[in-house]
Design a protein around this ligand. Structure first.
Ligand code: PLP
Length: 541
């Protein structure tokens, strides 16, 4: 079989060949497949982040808005993609890429992911997924067990129950959070009243003036999307202040909730963070659960990042109280090392998801085992296979090791930053995330004595410096950390810029961590940085 192109004069016969697996001489196709594999192997074995090519330059390869009239050869197209797309992608698997939540993937994910594409199952209904539906239901059961640890009788009763689902498998933490709050909203407003009559009708019927969701000010932005979509309004996603460890102040949340209730505002739910995205901090989930009971509202835990910590006997204690939540979000495409597109929300009580149940005549019929009746999304791929693969091939013990070594590494790195006189640890690690900045010893000493006014001036300078170092480090491409802004309890709660580090990639060694600091120290010798330091010297007098 020759390299296929849908001929311009395409008769249906030649187009059909594109959809057929070649019988005999698949040589060209095998060649293309081999070329892609070699190229990907090359890309993935790159140990550095790789220098940043100007985005406008990359854009020039993707500038035409015209759909080609004339078809391309697959081989020619593949060459184009390898050169302009693959080669210009970000090395998220590089050991020195420690700024974001994407990491290297276990090698088996790549061949197994072929199955998802090849079979093209649609998990919305059993008719298009068959065995994938029980598999996904099992994955939801396993995750439910990881969080709630119910007994075997429970899972026997609910896991494959045609009227219920233990949770919803979705594209990620965002949709998981939306689903949790959607269920909570419908539950609050009386089963399906809101689904039929809309917000206005349902609220009028209940005599509710407004609704609010309470969460730490460190809550993920997906919660704001949820508040917007569900008609709660972003202004009614109430951000509560955090303490010196970036954990939500539960007392303040209680006062705020009572205040709102007195105004006739119904509390739809409170959200606890099982690992804040920027600081890794974990709220006091036990206290939040108690508060939700007093208020009588839904308690959701966003453990998109931190949920996998439950695998570790040593560290799972950090999430204590998570089992008290009505619903929990966990992203498999974060610390379960599954490719992007795998999130889940689990519900303690399988009846809870019924409040968002939808049916149709031709699919997701009542009483069917179709998963689509309990998900926001319609058509969905069989990503659950890859979560299933991780859970079986890596196993509890394997995930425990991965979590434990990430925690060991973050403490090692925190120690290194503290020991280093030119760096300042700002966000102590609670999970495997920390925040720090470059601040020479004399700056730190000066700041410790400074008035609020002077500290603010110095911190503004340090912010510029942190930003400059981070940007240069990124474009130099040897290592990468991200940056964020946090409130600094040591400095009159001024909001300062810090380097943010997430240690989840098992390939990141202590040596790599050392080189991140070395590189930053080297960058600090640059004239622009030295100028800022001179300015700081003036402020400190
Ligand atoms: C990543 C994350 C999300 C959002 O998940 P996506 O998969 O990006 O949609 C929500 N909450 C927290 C705490 C997260 O870390």
């Amino acid at each position: 079989m020759a390299d296929i192109k849908g001929q311009a004069e395409a008769n249906l016969y030649s187009l059909q060949r594109i959809f057929t697996i070649p019988e005999s001489s698949g040589a060209t196709l095998a060649q293309i497949d081999a070329e892609i594999s070699t190229n990907l192997d090359g890309f993935l074995s790159e140990r550095i982040v790789a220098s940043e090519k100007d985005l406008t330059e990359i854009e020039s390869a993707f500038s035409s808005p015209h759909i080609p009239d004339q078809p391309f050869y697959v081989s020619g197209y593949t060459d184009f993609i390898l050169n302009h797309l693959v080669a210009q992608s970000v090395h998220t698997a590089a050991p020195g890429f420690i700024g974001h939540m994407t990491s290297a993937l276990p090698y088996f994910m790549l061949p197994l992911s072929k199955i998802v594409t090849a079979l093209n199952q649609n998990l919305v209904k059993v008719e298009t997924s068959k065995a994938f539906t029980p598999l996904e239901r099992q994955v939801l059961g396993m995750l439910h067990g990881l969080i709630y640890n119910a007994d075997d009788v429970f899972y026997e009763q609910w896991m494959h129950n045609s009227n219920h689902a233990l949770g919803a498998f979705c594209s990620g933490g965002t949709v998981a959070n939306i689903t949790a709050l959607w269920a909570a909203r419908n539950h609050l407003l009386g089963e399906q009243a809101v689904a039929r009559q809309g917000l206005y009708g349902a609220m009028a019927e209940k005599g509710i003036k407004g609704m609010a969701i309470l969460v730490s000010k460190r809550g993920h932005y997906s919660l704001a999307k949820a508040a917007d979509l569900l008609g709660i309004g972003r202004d009614n996603l109430i951000a509560i202040d955090t303490d010196d460890n970036y954990r939500v102040k539960v007392d303040e949340m209680r006062i705020k909730a009572e205040e709102l209730q007195q105004q006739g505002i119904a509390i739809l739910g409170i959200v606890g963070l099982g690992g804040a995205t920027e600081t890794g901090s974990v709220d006091d989930l036990q206290a939040l659960s108690a508060l939700s009971k007093d208020i009588g509202c839904h308690f959701h835990v966003d453990a998109a990042w931190g949920g996998a910590t439950l695998f570790s006997n040593k560290h799972r204690n950090r999430l204590k109280g998570i089992e008290l939540a009505d619903s929990v979000t966990i992203d498999a495409h974060k610390q379960f090392y599954v490719p992007m597109g795998a999130g889940m929300v689990l519900f303690k009580d399988p009846e809870q998801l019924s409040s968002i149940e939808h049916h149709a005549e031709y699919i997701i019929r009542e009483g069917s085992k179709d998963l689509g009746s309990h998900t926001l999304e319609g058509s969905r791929p069989g990503m659950a296979l890859l979560v299933h693969a991780g859970l079986n091939i890596i196993g509890r013990k394997g995930y425990e090791l991965l979590i434990d070594q990430g925690m060991d590494k973050i403490h090692y790195f925190a120690g290194m930053i503290k020991w280093h006189k030119d760096f300042e640890l700002v966000v102590e690690p609670e999970l495997n995330i920390l925040g720090y900045r470059y601040a020479p010893e004399w700056v730190q000493a000066g700041l410790a004595q400074a008035s609020a006014e002077v500290a603010e001036k110095v911190n503004v300078c340090l912010d510029r410096m942190t930003q400059l170092i981070q940007k240069t480090q990124r474009s130099d491409g040897k290592t990468f950390v991200s940056r964020t802004r946090v409130d600094a309890p040591n400095y009159y709660h001024q909001v300062i810029t810090v380097f943010r580090v997430v240690l989840a990639n098992p390939l990141t060694s202590q040596k790599v961590l050392g080189s991140v600091l070395d590189e930053q120290q080297e960058l600090a010798k640059h004239k622009d940085i030295q100028d800022i330091l001179a300015e700081i010297k003036q402020h400190l007098g």
